[in-house]
Write a protein that binds this ligand. Structure first.
Ligand SMILES: Cc1ncc(COP(=O)(O)O)c(C=O)c1O
Length: 220
């Protein structure tokens, strides 16, 4: 039996009734970049994620790149992530000249094995990107603790986990994980999530003025 890698046609057929009115409105207004529909989407998506903010960008790789830049990560810095993820996670790190450092995965969840994290932290380590893969959350509790104690930024790649929750059943605070590229406030000294929400919109067009990295970088 031949299985297609991705079947977007079925999804488009199912959602056609909801998509067409929005596409028609956009065409009518020729509102092709940002604009009202995007603002409406951002409001809906923030509510869906139980988040105060949602800032949309062109794609997941851009979201991660912009989040890294917004956290002050620069060329030569080391960023730890998981050895098993979509290429976009690693290419976002490489795209800004930072060095990806890979940690192996857990055999049960396929997410970053936090027990192996500390030994990969070195002088140049600045950030960790856990990836919530196949809808499963990385072990955010212990991971954030390590991030905090080493003063590292933690940026969640939730490209595959919109709507996922963390430890909901254990009665711990439920975390909406659909925060693609949103950096957590916990480890930030001066910046807060609110600040990031203000900074991100001004950076989403960053590729044009800075003329950087116009290479295919893990685009789906
Ligand atoms: C885990 C993960 N990270 C990053 C990306 C990159 O997203 P995009 O293809 O929209 O650039 C993807 C895309 O599927 C992904 O699955």
């Amino acid at each position: 039996m031949k299985l297609p890698l991705v079947d977007l046609a079925t999804e488009a057929r199912t959602l056609r009734g909801q998509l067409l009115p929005a596409i028609t409105r956009t065409l009518r207004k020729a509102d092709f970049i940002l604009g009202e529909e995007v603002a409406l989407f951002e409001g809906d998506f923030a509510r869906f994620c139980k988040s105060r903010f949602a800032v949309s960008v062109a794609n997941g790789t851009d979201a991660l790149t912009i989040a890294l830049l917004s956290c002050g990560i620069a060329a030569g810095d080391e960023v730890i992530t998981t050895a098993s993820t979509f290429v976009g996670t690693v290419s976002a790190i490489a795209r800004i000249g930072a060095i990806p450092v890979l940690v192996d995965i857990r055999p049960d969840t396929y997410t970053l094995d936090v027990s192996q994290l500390k030994r990969r932290i070195r002088k140049k380590t600045r950030a960790i990107i856990p990836v919530h893969l196949y809808g499963q959350s990385a072990e955010m509790g212990p991971l954030l603790q390590i991030g905090r104690s080493y003063g590292l930024k933690v940026i969640e790649d939730a490209c595959q986990a919109h709507g996922s929750t963390y430890k909901k059943k254990a009665g711990l605070p439920t975390e909406a994980l659909a925060k693609v590229g949103e950096s957590r406030a916990e480890n930030w000294h001066r910046r807060s999530r609110h600040h990031l929400a203000l900074v991100l919109p001004s950076r989403r067009n960053f590729l044009r003025p800075r003329r950087i990295a116009l290479v295919p970088a893990g685009r789906g």
